[in-house]
Design a binder for this molecule. Structure first.
Ligand SMILES: [Zn+2]
Length: 428
């Protein structure tokens, strides 16, 4: 309790000195805050028009699904989508007490993301962990730290006669999709954090024979000879021609995608990545991929990536990070609506890592307006959320490693995986 100071208390000359000091200290603090505010580009107010997003009709959790008979698996990866990213998207779209579609999932886990040789991963090593159950070296894709190729969940599904697919908004030779079909070391240069163009060309070549039934996204430029307009290749290989010969129907527009009907469909909608608000939308591509894959009576495995959440995390652009998260959430709605109707489909929504070190900070200026601060323009090492719906979902509850996501999927799908196929560092 504060009693105040009575007149005549203490030494007046000292008091005056203390007041001066206090005034100087206050002035310094204010100056520091002003300097911080002016020079800190890392804090941003967000005011996004979310009219494009249709929120869930209610915020109740989806019910648990009895049993653990899994016919189909839809794995959805928000690249760079951390917990603060999801929270920020929620606040903008439905307010702080609302729920996104992914947040209505009844089972939630948290997954660690580190590669074998450091605390913060790149997308390749993390995709490898999720797709194959193996931790690997930063920058490696689909291989162990020794460079040994390891089989992915998509390859297991394919070999068990299931239909398989990948849907992304970046190019198909990018790290996350590559984790499901490619096997290369040195995709990302560790200290430059940039992509190795030679590895990227090789990944595109490995896509030709990966056997996935549906491949949708960008990246036409990695499939056509260097001499052709729009090519990013370093050689004259014509992978588009090879894929046609391998039986793929190739489509380059939404209209053509909706009509495509073959057993193998390759949709390339941009030379490199698709637009941040892509056409066809991620939601449309997801719905169409499910339609095409669901024709297989043995079931299917589909991976869908909200690729560009990560791009805007790197660029520290909060509004677009949130917009791409909400566009991804609409694709989640497609998947969960199918799964609820089907009853034997497991849907897992997670991230490969967080990007940007996003946090939601307080503000005395606008109490209800979203205020974001960034701590980096790169990935971070915090755990990422794992939202799960469908039969066997409870097996994903609790604290996980990203390699556990592969394990649980393989177990529930009934794929036989030898124990030796897992990294030694994994404890069970
Ligand atoms: Zn990533």
């Amino acid at each position: 309790m504060w009693h105040g100071r009575e007149e005549g208390d203490g030494d007046y000359s000292n008091l005056a000195g203390r007041r001066v000091k206090r005034a100087v200290r206050t002035a310094c603090s204010i100056l520091a805050l002003v300097v911080l505010a002016v020079f800190s580009a890392s804090a941003q107010w967000v005011d996004l028009d979310t009219g494009f997003y249709t929120p869930p009709g209610n915020f109740d959790p989806y019910p648990m699904v009895e049993g653990d008979e899994v016919r189909n698996i839809i794995l959805m990866i928000g690249d760079g989508m951390g917990l603060a990213t999801v929270t920020a998207a929620r606040i903008e779209a439905v307010g702080p007490v609302g729920r996104l579609y992914m947040e209505k999932f009844p089972v939630i886990g948290l997954a660690g993301t580190h590669p074998t040789d450091r605390l913060v991963t790149d997308s390749g090593a993390s995709a490898t962990a999720i797709a194959t159950g193996h931790k690997t070296t930063y920058g490696y894709i689909g291989v162990t730290p020794d460079g040994e190729p390891v089989k992915s969940i998509l390859e297991y599904a394919r070999d068990h006669g299931l239909a398989t697919g990948l849907v992304v908004t970046t190019y198909l030779a990018h790290a996350t999709p590559a984790g499901f079909f490619a096997h290369v070391a040195d995709y990302t240069f560790p200290y430059r954090k940039t992509t190795n163009p030679v590895a990227r060309d090789i990944i595109a070549e490995q896509m030709v024979n990966c056997g996935a039934n549906v491949l949708l996204g960008g990246g036409r430029g990695y499939m056509i000879p260097a001499s052709k307009k729009g090519s990013f290749r370093k050689d004259e290989k014509d992978l588009l021609k090879q894929m046609k010969e391998a039986g793929y129907t190739i489509v380059e527009s939404r209209k053509a995608l909706m009509k495509a009907d073959g057993e193998y469909v390759l949709g390339l909608f941009a030379d490199k990545e698709m637009d941040a608000v892509p056409d066809p939308s991620l939601e449309e591509m997801t719905a169409r991929a499910i339609e095409l894959l669901n024709r297989d009576e043995d079931g299917f495995f589909l991976m869908v990536e909200g690729s560009q959440i990560d791009y805007f995390g790197h660029d520290n652009v909060a509004a677009m990070m949130i917009k791409t998260t909400l566009l991804f959430d609409l694709a989640v709605r497609e998947a969960v609506e199918f799964a609820r109707h089907d009853g034997r489909t497991l849907v897992i929504v997670t991230a490969d890592h967080e990007t940007g070190g996003v946090t939601i900070i307080d503000s005395f200026r606008q109490l209800n307006q979203l205020h974001i601060r960034w701590s980096t323009d790169y990935h971070t090492g915090v755990q990422v959320p794992v939202y799960v719906y469908g039969p066997g979902a409870q097996r994903f509850a609790g604290v996980l490693d990203n390699t556990d996501i592969f394990r649980r999927m393989a177990e529930l799908a009934g794929f036989e995986v030898e124990e030796s196929a897992f990294s030694e560092e994994q404890a069970d």
